[in-house]
Design a protein around this ligand. Structure first.
Ligand SMILES: [Zn+2]
Length: 333
């Protein structure tokens, strides 16, 4: 394996003349190597260079930490299964419809999870749970958004991803709900199986694949909804998530929701930042009990979906919460 070979050469060079090899010194040897190692000709040159670049990064990281007085582990030789991705940094791949042509590998059919925007900069092939993924990083020229005076409060939910102070609801898609239910079933089926059994190992594999699928669908949805909100509103008020209580949460269904929320909030924050929109995160405590019209506290159990206040305001529990979140944000800012 090239990575281990290059690492070995660096170590030998250091031991024999006290000097390590650089990325360029190593990358410059590739043409010579190809003459002697036919297998290397089968791999696109950019991919080879990327291997050398990764090693360089591992070295830089190591020495940076040494300088900071830490005692990091020396870059390791990688066992085969650890090195499970490779990158085409500039060229060597062509994407046409649902076919991806990879230099020296051939044409593979791919399933695009969402359409690519902007121009593709790199293409990384990742192997995970015995599936191959092609991951494209794209650069986008964002059209500047028109300024917006509109304000919105957003409440995060379990059934729906988000509900706004205007009453707009962003449901998770049917596909997602279905995949999520299946995930929970699979989780149960794993825990029913005997430890270290062959059937359990198989079930774990299926579970891991399903988890990946759910994660992709969730990501996709979070991207779409956050984009919608940022495009439309000048100020977005959203709850400050309590990360501490999330980490303590061991229940699967709840932990899925938590991951989804923090991802969603993160997407809103970075999209807003690059679009010049304002995001205010507020303490959400009591937002579902307080009346967004008069400020009174109206106690209600989780099952009560309607907020009814003696002041005359009646409304959906979550919309009331979203209105409170917006008001708190306006008090802060
Ligand atoms: Zn009231």
């Amino acid at each position: 394996m090239l990575y281990n070979r290059l690492l070995e050469e660096r170590i030998v060079a250091y031991k024999s003349h006290g000097k390590s090899l650089s990325y360029f010194e190593q990358a410059n040897t590739f043409n010579e190597r190809k003459k002697h190692i036919p297998a290397m000709k089968q791999v696109h040159s950019q991919v080879l260079q990327d291997v050398a670049r990764r090693l360089e990064k591992a070295y830089q990281f190591f020495f940076r930490r040494v300088k900071q007085g830490e005692t990091p582990g020396f870059p390791r030789f990688k066992p085969k299964q650890r090195y499970d991705s490779f990158t085409y940094p500039q060229g060597g791949y062509v994407l046409q419809g649902n076919k991806l042509k990879l230099s020296k590998i051939g044409v593979v059919k791919i399933k695009l999870h969402r359409s690519l925007e902007g121009s593709i900069k790199t293409c990384t092939i990742i192997m995970k749970n015995s599936c191959y993924y092609a991951c494209f990083s794209c650069e986008m020229e964002l059209e500047p958004l028109l300024p917006s005076q509109e304000l919105i409060g957003v409440d995060l939910g379990l059934k729906h991803l988000a509900i706004t102070s205007e009453g707009e609801t962003f449901m998770a898609s049917k596909h997602y709900r279905h995949s999520e239910r299946k995930l929970i079933q699979l989780q149960r089926s794993v825990s029913r199986k005997k430890k270290d059994s062959h059937r359990r190992k198989k079930a774990v594999q299926v579970l891991a694949k399903q988890y990946e699928k759910v994660a992709n669908q969730r990501k996709d949805h979070a991207h779409k909804v956050s984009r919608k909100l940022v495009n439309r509103y000048g100020l977005i008020a959203i709850e400050q998530l309590n990360v501490q209580s999330m980490i303590q949460n061991r229940h699967l269904a709840k932990s899925i929701a938590d991951t989804g929320w923090s991802q969603f909030v993160q997407y809103i924050v970075y999209k807003a930042e690059s679009a010049g929109r304002v995001v205010v995160q507020v303490d959400p405590r009591g937002t579902s009990q307080q009346c967004s019209e008069c400020g009174n506290i109206v106690k209600k159990s989780l099952a009560e979906r309607i907020h009814r206040c003696p002041c005359g305001y009646t409304g959906d529990r979550d919309i009331n919460a979203a209105r409170n979140i917006l008001q708190r944000a306006l008090q802060v800012s």
